[in-house]
Design a protein around this ligand. Structure first.
Ligand code: F6P
Length: 551
């Protein structure tokens, strides 16, 4: 798209924003009786209300125009078609093909990505079925009822988040652990709860070279051997998920126990691939397929719905408005669902690793702010922790509230209370509370004028703190799949508008290299004079070495 066109579109959004100077979100509702229904959309089992963002109709139409000027639909179609849009790694981006069971053909090189995915999925699900049914047993004949997934980043957060989210669908008698941290306490604490005879280890790593995962996998293997597992036993208790079969084989895992995927599946977009094996083992193959189908329904919505009712696009545009025009660099993800307690952590990687970039696709410094800081916790817990800042902090931020209208099995009035809270918070953030109202309330409570003067400023809420609300009927594998795909596509849309590559992650490399340089010093306990490090790090290292040598 011509840069000039995009600049003009950006300027139009800026003018629409400027025109809102001094206008509150509440007054936008007062002027427009259709706002609540028009600033909302539905698709793939989800309902999005974005009306509490301080965006006017003119602002929305300018944002939609910005999407057009950024070539959003063209780039979306290119992604779905399998074009190599990840230009810095020269790869296609085809996680959507992993969940497309429609029979569509999506070229990946000389092959069909959907067909490849389907074939490998059948292997994964057959394996999961055999483990669950007891056709595949441990080396002493015990069922493999415990799974330890060893992976990190996308090879951990996705399956972990989904397994937790689908707790209501867990198969009785099965349990899953996720070990990610190279901190040995993570593995040791996990192994202390495992019986080697009934534990299946999944070594999940796209590259099969990640330091944390390989260290944990080697230590798990050593533990398994110490517990009596011999080479034949290992083949029953260790499987690998990777795009690097050679490294898997060097590690000692046989091809039959290796489940693959492809370079067109990004790590943080991989839970739909073999990386989802732990999900299938915990909730069963059928539920895993339902998860894929939910995501596919959102893919179809994203691919076919016009921008004006396209949920990922609208969510992305509301985010662009808040990030770039309201100046909000932080975005909170607030699921009112205890089972979604790992969603914020999952979205931290999905969003911040994708859009935390400072250069545009052509290598120039980004002229506007890109990916925001993402954080969050489930409601209502967050309300009693950090919501104070959401309501009255000096740096306003935007939020997403997520909730299901009902649960399969509700406990008393818990869910009604949860729903009351999730509706109250966005309302409080938007409406705020003026000083006049505060003073009147305090006077009605019988406070003196002096007491009112003292207290009133502390009880004022500015309001106009934007939020989206995402509703679903129930949290099921389908709606969860749709929710994750919604966020994947939102991130894609924002990356297109910011003109960054949302599919690489060069920013994680430097730290890895520097850690490798320091490691020998820590292993030997001796610092070579020649070690080329800055004075601060040198001094920290000396302090640590002194403590470690006194052990
Ligand atoms: O270091 C970042 C990263 O490359 C993530 O993008 C990825 O999800 C994670 O490491 C794990 O990588 P792998 O699956 O190759 O072990």
């Amino acid at each position: 798209m011509a840069p000039r066109m995009k600049e003009d579109a950006w300027a139009q959004v800026q003018s629409a924003h400027d025109a809102l100077e001094g206008i509150s979100t509440l007054s936008l509702f007062e002027e427009d009786v259709h706002r609540a229904s028009d600033f909302a959309c539905e698709g793939a089992g989800l309902y999005l209300d974005f009306s509490k963002n301080r965006i006017s109709r003119e602002g929305l139409s300018a944002l939609l125009n910005l999407a057009t000027a950024s070539g959003l639909t063209v780039k979306r179609d290119a992604m779905f078609r399998g074009e190599r849009i990840n230009i810095t790694e020269d790869r296609a981006v085809l996680h959507t093909a992993l969940r497309d069971r429609s029979g569509r053909v999506v070229p990946a090189g000389n092959e069909d990505a959907c067909e490849l995915a389907g074939r490998e999925r059948a292997r994964i699900l057959n394996f999961a079925e055999a483990v669950i049914n007891g056709d595949s047993l441990g080396y002493t004949g015990k069922p493999l009822t415990t799974v330890v997934n060893i992976g990190i980043g996308g090879s951990d957060l996705g399956p972990l988040m989904v397994v937790e989210a689908l707790r209501s669908y867990w198969i009785d008698g099965r349990r899953s652990f996720f070990v990610s941290n190279v901190d040995g306490q993570h593995l040791r604490d996990t192994l202390s709860q495992c019986d080697p005879e009934s534990t299946l280890f999944i070594v999940a790593s796209k590259t099969f070279t990640t330091q944390e995962t390989m260290t944990n996998a080697q230590s798990a293997l050593a533990w398994f051997r110490e517990q009596g597992g011999d080479s034949a036993a290992i083949s029953k208790h260790f499987v690998a998920l990777s795009t690097n079969p050679e490294a898997v084989s060097d590690f000692g895992i046989v091809p039959d126990s290796t489940f693959g995927f492809w370079d067109w599946v990004g790590g943080r977009y991989s839970l739909w691939s073999a990386i989802g094996l732990s999900i299938a083992l915990q909730v069963g193959p059928q539920r895993f397929l339902e998860l894929l189908d939910g995501a596919h329904a959102m893919d179809v919505h994203f691919a076919e719905e016009p921008p004006v009712t396209n949920m990922p696009m609208l969510l992305a545009l509301a985010g662009i408005w808040n990030r770039n025009f309201e100046g909000m660099g932080v975005h909170a993800v607030l699921p009112y669902d205890q089972h979604l307690h790992r969603l914020p952590a999952y979205l931290q990687q999905a969003d911040m690793e994708s859009n935390g970039k400072s250069v545009t696709l052509d290598g120039r410094r980004a002229a506007v702010g890109t990916g925001p800081i993402i954080f969050g916790e489930p409601g209502t817990n967050g309300q009693h922790a950090f919501y104070q800042l959401l309501h009255q902090g000096t740096d306003p931020l935007s939020s997403d509230f997520i909730v299901a209208a009902r649960l399969d099995s509700e406990l008393g009035d818990h869910h009604a209370k949860l729903l009351a809270n999730v509706l109250a918070q966005p309302r409080a953030l938007m409406c705020g509370q003026s000083e006049d109202v505060v003073r009147a309330d305090l006077a009605a409570d019988g406070l003196t004028d002096d007491a009112i003067d003292l207290l009133a400023p502390h009880k004022v809420f500015d309001g106009d703190r934007p939020s989206n609300v995402i509703l679903m009927d129930r949290l099921t594998p389908q709606t969860l799949g749709a929710l994750i795909a919604l966020y994947e596509h939102k991130i894609f849309c924002q990356g297109v508008i910011w003109d960054v590559n949302s599919f690489d992650q060069w920013g994680v490399e430097l730290g890895k290299v520097l850690a490798k340089e320091i490691l020998p010093t820590l292993e030997t306990g001796h610092m070579e004079e020649s070690l080329d490090i800055d004075p601060s790090t040198r001094r920290l290292l000396e302090w640590i070495l002194a403590r470690r040598s006194s052990q």
